[in-house]
Write a protein that binds this ligand. Structure first.
Ligand SMILES: O=C(O)[C@H](O)[C@@H](O)[C@H](O)[C@H](O)COP(=O)(O)O
Length: 223
C-alpha cells in the first residue's frame, strides 16, 4: 500500500481527478477501451467534477460503479444518480455507462444479465474506491449477510448484500474483482477514516473488508 497525503481536500480531489484521467488516457493508448469503476457516496463528487472535463476519448471509456444501492435511478440515494449528475456530463457524457441496477425488487432476479454485461470488462483497468469508518469498501460491509461469499477467491462478479451498516439493499463487485484491477486508488478524508485505515492494516478482511484491497492500492488522504 502507498499512502499519499495532501495539504487539503480540495487539492486532493483536483490532483486525484487528474491522475485518474492520466491513467485512463494511458490505458487507451494500448487498448480499444478502458473499464473504469467508481464509488458512490458523499466523497467522490468533486473528483467527478474534475474528471468530467478531462480531455480524453471518453467514448472508449466504460464507466461502472463499485457498488449500488438497490433503489430507482432517480432516488436521492442512487449512486447512478450521482454519476449522471457529476461524472457523465460535459466531455464524459460520451462514456458508455454500465449500470449495476435494473428494475426489479431484488438484485437476485437480474444477476445473470448484470454479470454477462460486466464480464467482458474485467479485469478493471482503473478502480477508484471509497471507504467507510467501519472499514467497508464498495458494499463489502463488516457483518453483512454474504460477506464471506463475496470475499472468496472463487466468488462470482457481483453479490447482493444486506448489512446492518447499509440503510438499503446493495449490490457490489466482489473482492476478487476488486483485487484483480490493474490500478487501484482509495480516497478517504478526515481523522476518523485515517485511523480506520491504520486499524484495517492489522486486521483480517473478514472483519475489515477494505484490508482485502490494500496491498496494491494507492490510498489518497487529506484531513
Ligand atoms: O454506495 C456507497 O455508499 C459507496 O460506494 C461506498 O462504498 C462508499 O464509498 C463508502 O460508504 C464511503 O462513503 P462516503 O464517501 O459517503 O463516506
Amino acid at each position: 500500500m502507498e499512502l499519499i497525503e495532501y495539504p487539503d481536500v480540495e487539492m486532493m480531489m483536483m490532483d486525484l481527478g487528474n491522475q485518474l484521467a492520466g491513467e485512463l488516457k494511458n490505458c487507451l493508448l494500448n487498448h480499444d477501451w478502458a473499464s473504469f469503476a467508481v464509488p458512490g457516496g458523499t466523497t467522490p463528487g468533486p473528483i467527478f467534477d474534475v474528471l468530467c472535463a478531462a480531455d480524453l476519448e471518453w467514448d472508449r471509456v466504460h464507466v461502472m460503479l463499485t457498488d449500488e444501492r438497490w433503489v430507482p435511478e432517480d432516488h436521492e440515494r442512487s449512486n447512478t444518480r450521482l454519476l449522471r449528475e457529476r461524472l457523465l456530463v460535459e466531455r464524459a457524457a460520451a462514456a458508455k455507462y454500465l449500470p449495476l441496477y435494473a428494475k426489479s425488487d431484488q438484485p437476485e432476479d437480474v444477476l445473470p444479465e448484470l454479470e454477462a454485461m460486466l464480464s467482458p470488462e474485467l479485469p478493471l483497468s482503473v478502480l477508484l474506491l471509497g471507504m467507510g469508518a467501519d472499514m467497508h469498501t464498495a458494499s463489502l460491509f463488516p457483518g453483512a449477510d454474504r460477506l464471506a461469499d463475496a470475499m472468496a477467491d472463487d466468488a462470482p462478479i457481483l453479490m447482493p448484500m444486506r448489512a446492518p451498516g447499509a440503510p438499503e439493499l446493495r449490490i457490489t463487485l466482489t473482492a476478487r474483482v476488486l483485487k484483480d484491477a490493474m490500478s487501484t486508488h482509495i480516497v478517504i478524508t478526515g481523522a476518523e477514516k485515517r485511523a480506520a485505515l491504520e486499524r484495517a492494516q492489522r486486521m483480517d478482511p473478514g472483519s475489515a473488508p477494505v484490508a482485502a484491497v490494500l496491498q496494491n492500492a494507492k490510498v489518497h488522504w487529506a484531513e
